[in-house]
Design a protein around this ligand. Structure first.
Ligand SMILES: Cc1cc2nc3c(=O)[nH]c(=O)nc-3n(C[C@H](O)[C@H](O)[C@H](O)COP(=O)(O)O)c2cc1C
Length: 370
């Protein structure tokens, strides 16, 4: 087991603008450190959530779960909604547009261990937002949005939270109004991705706009979008006045990144990246957990993107990725990962700064694929 501790050599006073982040209390569920791993289809499966949580993230949210698939107890869906046995709180995110179906799906998720239900008003993908009138499309129908939120709140005894964008487009920036509707419906916390649906993942996240949501409601507000460094987390909090941060793509290949943000924002203590020997242990632990969760064949295939993200910026990583992604045998892949990292340690070169963010197109393609 790898413990990430602040390296005393890096300890210095909190940077200007840093502030300590108090816990968020949601009526019985306490988020001790409000640095949250964002729900990401195809990424925040149980192995990833367990790893990020163990390394120090304050809360982890499942991939978006379609309410109709949950109700039909689709096997793959139930696996996506699985939560950790220990080390909660665990949030399960639901998507859908029918209040009764969402309520029923929420009850199933809670019966299966969810400590929190999060509702998706943010998904921009055409199949969801246009085909099913779910995700970000709900931001265009405030009456339906209110009924749906109320139905889910009434259905479960755990706190219900909402994740949304700024609005459908820049002509309809209604997140502040929806936050008030959410508050009246009994929602306990809102997270806001500082983009509109029409932006998908292009442009930059508008953290100041999230401040307008904060002004509109007395609920805890979490700022999301483009937080890929501890400095960005500080700026997002300073510009929005939010109560917590939510990190998505910044966690790619860095499940320890939320812990680094948490260390700085709660104690003013910068935490260095793990050294490459520790990173090797984390990658292999993650890989094994994927095999256990998904089965050896599917697990080794699904693990490929993570292995690619981890190895980015290391010497010879392009060749390594091409070779390891060709392997069907999980033991052979783990041996190659191990050799690759040992060579890095022996070379002692370290990592080139990595591009922590994909382009909007890549992100959209990924969520379309998920
Ligand atoms: C591959 C991928 C999958 C995503 N899946 C979901 C999802 O299931 N539910 C959701 O609310 N948002 C989803 N999102 C949006 C993220 O939660 C987050 O709001 C967005 O990526 C902006 O944050 P970031 O810049 O920190 O990544 C997804 C994003 C990506 C890149």
């Amino acid at each position: 087991m790898i413990e990430l501790r602040p390296d005393p050599a890096f300890v210095r006073p909190p940077a200007r603008g840093a502030r300590s982040l108090p816990p968020i209390d949601l009526d019985g569920v306490r988020i001790e450190v409000p640095v949250i791993v964002a729900p990401m289809s195809g990424v925040t499966d149980l192995p990833f959530r367990e790893l990020a949580r163990r390394l120090g993230a304050g809360l982890v949210v499942s991939e978006m779960i379609a309410s109709w698939a949950m109700i039909h107890e689709n096997a793959a869906t139930l696996r996506m909604a699985e939560v950790a046995q220990e080390g909660g709180p665990n949030a399960v995110q639901l998507a859908g547009c029918e209040p009764d179906a969402m309520a029923q799906a929420a009850r199933i998720a809670v019966d299966r261990g969810a400590d929190l239900i999060d509702i998706n008003f943010g998904c921009p993908v055409k199949k969801v937002a246009v085909g099913q009138m779910a995700g970000s499309a709900l931001m265009r129908d405030e009456t339906l949005a209110g009924s749906l939120l109320e139905a889910v709140v009434r259905a479960v005894r755990v706190p219900v939270t909402l994740k949304m964008r700024m609005g459908w487009d820049h002509q309809s920036l209604n997140a502040p109004r929806l936050a008030r509707i959410a508050e009246e419906s009994g929602i306990r916390m809102v997270s806001v991705h500082g983009r509109t649906r029409q932006q998908f993942y292009t442009g930059t996240a508008d953290w100041s706009f999230v401040g307008q949501v904060k002004q509109a409601t007395s609920l805890p507000v979490v700022v999301n979008g483009d937080i890929t460094s501890v400095q960005a987390a500080q700026q997002a909090l300073a510009q929005s006045g939010a109560d917590g941060v939510m990190i998505g793509r910044g966690c790619y290949g860095r499940p320890w990144f939320p812990a680094q943000v948490a260390a700085l924002l709660t104690g003013g203590v910068p935490m260095p990246d793990p050294d490459l020997a520790s990173e090797k242990a984390i990658v292999l632990e993650h890989y094994r957990a994927m095999l256990t969760h998904f089965g050896r064949q599917a697990g080794s295939r699904i693990a490929r993107k993570h292995v690619s993200w981890y190895s980015a910026g290391l010497s010879g990583s392009a060749g390594f990725r091409a070779a390891v992604n060709r392997l069907d045998d999980a033991d052979a892949a783990m041996a190659m990962i191990s050799d690759f990292y040992e060579r890095q340690v022996a070379l002692g070169i370290g990592r080139a700064p990595r591009a922590t963010q994909q382009t909007g197109q890549e992100a959209t393609a990924m969520s379309e694929a998920a």
